[in-house]
Design a protein around this ligand. Structure first.
Ligand SMILES: N[C@@H](CCC(=O)N[C@@H](CS)C(=O)NCC(=O)O)C(=O)O
Length: 215
C-alpha cells in the first residue's frame, strides 16, 4: 500500500494514526498542499483523487481509495486487531457519531480550499478568515466537550479504555485548532483525552512533526 499524505493534513493524520495502531507502515508519498499552488491539483494527483484532496491510500491492487474515514474502516476490516471500533452495534454507532461530529461538522468548514475561497474569490480579510475558522472550530469542539463531559466523565479516551475511530478524528482536529491559535485547554475533557492518546506510540508516530515531509 502507498499513503499519499501531507504532514499537516488533519485527514491524513487520522489515517496515519490508524495505520500505526494496526502496525502497518506503508510507503508514504508526500503531496505538498501549498507549494507551487498545491500538488493536490496536479494531473497525477487528480488521477488518484479527482477531488484534489489528501489522504489517498493506494491499495495493493493499484486501486486508489480517498476519504479518511473509509480508509480507516477499510484498515479495520483488513486488520481487525487491535480494534478501532467496539464490539456492540450501539457502541460502534456512538463512536462513529463522535467521529462524524469532527469529520463532517468541523473539519470541512475549515479546509484549506474553503479558507482559500474566503480570502480569494470572496475577498474577505485575513482577520475575517480567522474569525470564520475560530467560530466553527469553537462551536464544534464546545459541543463535543459538552457531549463527552456528560457521557464520559472520567474516561481516558472518547469511548472505553482503548482508542477508537473517535480519538483518531479528535486528536488531529485539536492539533489543527492549535495551529490557528485556539488552545484546546479550554475544553478539559478533550484536552485530557488528547493527553491520553498522545502518550501512545501509535499516536506519537503519526504526529505531523515526525513525518518525512515535516517542515
Ligand atoms: N473528507 C475528506 C477530507 C479530505 C481533506 O479535506 N483533505 C485536506 C487536507 S486535511 C486537503 O487535501 N485539502 C487540500 C485543499 O483544500 O486544497 C477526508 O476525510 O479524507
Amino acid at each position: 500500500m502507498i499513503l499519499y499524505s501531507y504532514f499537516r493534513s488533519t485527514a491524513a493524520y487520522r489515517v496515519r494514526i490508524a495505520l500505526a495502531w494496526k502496525g502497518l507502515s506503508p510507503e508514504v508519498v508526500p503531496v505538498h498542499l501549498t507549494r507551487g499552488g498545491g500538488e493536490q491539483h496536479s494531473t497525477v494527483h487528480l488521477e488518484r483523487n479527482p477531488q484534489g484532496l489528501v489522504p489517498v491510500l493506494e491499495l495493493d491492487d493499484g486501486t486508489f481509495l480517498p476519504q479518511s474515514l473509509a480508509i480507516v474502516e477499510y484498515l479495520e476490516e483488513l486488520r481487525p486487531e487491535p480494534p478501532l471500533l467496539p464490539t456492540t452495534a450501539a457502541e460502534r454507532a456512538r463512536v462513529r457519531s463522535l467521529a462524524l461530529h469532527v469529520a463532517c461538522e468541523i473539519h470541512p468548514l475549515n479546509n484549506l480550499r474553503v479558507l482559500g475561497y474566503l480570502t480569494g474569490a470572496l475577498g474577505v480579510t485575513e482577520e475575517q478568515r480567522l474569525a470564520w475558522y475560530r467560530h466553527w472550530v469553537e462551536t464544534g469542539l464546545s459541543a463535543l466537550e459538552a457531549r463527552l463531559s456528560r457521557e464520559n466523565a472520567t474516561g481516558r479516551f472518547c469511548h472505553g479504555g482503548t482508542p477508537t475511530l473517535a480519538d483518531v478524528c479528535l486528536v488531529p482536529q485539536l492539533y489543527n485548532a492549535r495551529r490557528f491559535g485556539v488552545d484546546p485547554a479550554r475544553w478539559p475533557t478533550l484536552a485530557r483525552i488528547e493527553t491520553g492518546c498522545l502518550a501512545l506510540e501509535a499516536f506519537e508516530r503519526a504526529r505531523p512533526e515526525v513525518q518525512v515531509d515535516a517542515e
